[in-house]
Design a binder for this molecule. Structure first.
Ligand code: ZN
Length: 276
């Protein structure tokens, strides 16, 4: 009887032991926002052993006023690398660093020339090509075994991004913009933004500012107003009715359909909407 009990105990102990040590789980990368996610996805999608998450997948828009959720903190506490847009886009970094000591934060911003400390630098393709290299280098530095497979993806993606190097020439055109990010798109075309309304802060211009904008449109030879595709306000339509100005919709690429080519397709569409 004693022998049987010993055997049963041994089996139970063995079955418990088989649960530990656990199998090595994936290297988990968390991207802070959509543009960082899509660029990184082009490098790591379907590579066995790497999992990529978009921390703010349910938040369409910039992260200027973003508050971390408990779910975000859990993702960050469990991740091996947190890749951020940088340049001031993430207001919660100090909070993250103090609550998760030792978190491995990689900044995708590599000193591309910022337009007046504007953190939406991904709306210039030259910056994204640099960003892609920074992210590739950061991942390969800790996962050298993936260097070859990721190098192929990196080259493919950068080659595709190069298709966007031919930008529309809009020299001499003047715009009023409803999104800070369009500074980068428009700077690449040689055109000028005369006035920016920061609609991504969620605050609409008041009656006085709308009147000022209408004055600018009526007197300063403005081609169009540039409105983000996710715009939910009413001021742009009010201004359009008052002045008859053309509205051009542009994608700020702060959210999307998660397809690998979504950044490239959205930028192509943006160029087309601008009249390329
Ligand atoms: Zn923004």
């Amino acid at each position: 009887m004693k022998k049987i009990i010993c055997i049963i105990l041994a089996v139970i102990l063995l079955s418990l032991c088989s649960c530990t040590p656990q199998e090595k789980s994936d290297f988990v990368i968390v991207a802070s926002c959509y543009p960082v996610y899509i660029i990184t996805q082009n490098l790591v999608k379907d590579i066995e052993g790497i999992t990529l998450l978009n921390m703010t997948e349910n938040h369409g828009g910039c992260l200027h006023d973003y508050s971390l959720t408990n779910e975000d903190m859990k993702k960050l506490a469990d991740c091996d690398m947190f890749i951020i847009n940088g340049a001031g886009m993430e207001p919660f970094l100090e909070d993250v660093a103090s609550k998760i000591p030792g978190i491995n934060i990689k900044d995708a911003f590599v000193g591309s020339t910022l337009i007046e400390n504007n953190s939406h630098y991904w709306l210039s393709v030259d910056n994204v090509i640099e960003e892609c290299k920074t992210i590739y280098t950061a991942i390969v530095a800790v996962l050298p075994a993936y260097a070859d497979v990721m190098a192929v993806r990196y080259n493919d993606y950068v080659n595709n991004l190069y298709e966007l190097k031919e930008k529309p020439n809009l020299e001499g055109q003047r715009f009023v913009s409803f999104h800070e990010g369009f500074d980068y798109l428009i700077a690449d075309t040689g055109a000028t933004i005369v006035k920016t309304i920061e609609s991504d802060s969620g605050v609409e211009p008041g009656a006085k500012e709308i009147a000022e904008i209408c004055d600018i449109i009526n007197n300063e030879n403005i081609t169009a107003i540039l409105v983000p595709t996710d715009y939910t306000g009413t001021a742009a339509n009010t201004i359009q009715k008052e002045t008859g100005i053309k509205i051009i919709l542009l994608d700020p690429i702060t959210s999307g359909n998660n397809e690998l080519n979504s950044y490239i397709n959205s930028m192509k569409q943006n160029y087309q909407n601008l009249g390329a």
